[in-house]
Design a protein around this ligand. Structure first.
Ligand code: MN
Length: 330
């Protein structure tokens, strides 16, 4: 189990306050939702009031998690952050990951804490606990709660194991001995792995499966230097025709199964003028470094980007793919 030097300081800042602000990151995933709900339950057990905000609708298939309904769908940019004394941001590598707006300022009077496992974390808070060796923010929280000696109820255990399962594809990647050790402890504490797996992998809306099928249909392989990558791009109009951007999820995990390739990049025009991309690495290539070319980031094996643009989507896609190709050819 990992001890973190920031652990006492974070507990101290919690003890000094009554109300805590939590915020999911945009396009929240299982780690974001699971970690935030686990922390919210722990804070409630410590007698605190918690408010959880999300700029985007959290995935519906996570509605089995306790306290899921307590997430308020509102962009943190649109609330009075100044009324809080403490804000804790989980799983967000930079400040702009928690808002759909272009800017977000955090008032000076508030204590801010970041707990995250992204290598590319910008350490934008006053207290930053960043552990890139951890599989997920959920894994870090387990260590933190253990250090704090707070009770981990079966509900909290389920939230944490969901967070870990989400970021590791249920222990297929980013999984270390510590990851499995923590997972085993969580199961002993009452987390339901079977229920988690069912909800994570067998509740995909048909529209989302159809979106992924379209991504697969469009996949191309590009060779650059000694590297080969799979890519696909869907425009706003194509996404609308398939049911809308809330179903435009996934595809990159399928791309990374393609024999003879190094990584996958799936691009989508989420809104007019906003392109997001998700990278998944199949070999040892560090996709976070490629995402950084576009102001994105993430992990060696999984990373993302978001680009605002004015030109036609098709042209922007070409530019992005060419830039990736040039980078790899160097
Ligand atoms: Mn994560």
């Amino acid at each position: 189990m990992t001890d973190y030097p920031e652990a006492p300081q974070i507990l101290e800042s919690i003890n000094k306050t009554n109300t805590v602000l939590l915020a999911l990151h945009i396009n929240p995933d299982s780690d974001s939702v699971g970690s935030n709900l686990a922390l919210a339950l722990v804070l409630k057990n410590l007698g605190k009031t918690v408010e959880i905000y999300s700029a985007d609708v959290p995935p519906q298939n996570l509605d089995f998690l306790p306290a899921y309904s307590q997430i308020t769908l509102k962009d943190p940019k649109e609330i009075d952050i100044g009324k809080f004394k403490l804000a804790i941001f989980l799983d967000s590598s930079d400040k702009l990951r928690i808002t759909r707006h272009e800017h977000l300022s955090l008032p000076g009077g508030i204590t801010t804490v970041v707990i995250d496992h992204h290598q590319t974390n910008t350490r934008f808070a006053q207290i930053n606990l960043v552990d890139p060796k951890a599989s997920s923010t959920g894994e870090i929280l387990f260590n933190l709660f253990s250090f704090w000696k707070t009770k981990i109820t079966p509900e909290i255990a389920t939230c944490l194991l969901t967070a870990m399962a989400g970021d590791t594809g249920t222990f297929r990647w980013a999984t270390t001995e510590s990851t499995l050790d923590v997972a085993s402890r969580l199961i002993k504490l009452g987390a339901g792995l079977k229920e988690i797996n069912f909800n994570l992998y067998q509740r995909t809306p048909l529209e989302q499966v159809r979106y992924q099928a379209e991504v697969v249909r469009k996949m191309k392989i590009k060779q650059a230097g000694n590297t080969k990558f799979v890519w696909a791009a869907t425009s706003f109009e194509e996404i609308e025709a398939l049911g809308g951007s809330k179903f435009a999820v996934g595809g990159s995990d399928i791309g990374k199964t393609v024999e003879g390739t190094d990584f996958t990049l799936v691009l989508r025009e989420e809104e007019k003028g906003i392109m997001t991309g998700s990278f998944r690495s199949r070999t040892d290539i560090d996709v976070a470094k490629i995402a950084e070319l576009f102001g994105g980031g993430g992990h060696k094996a999984a990373a993302g980007l978001m680009i605002r643009f004015n030109e036609p989507f098709k042209n922007k896609v070409e530019e992005v793919i060419n830039k990736v190709g040039e980078y790899l050819s160097k």
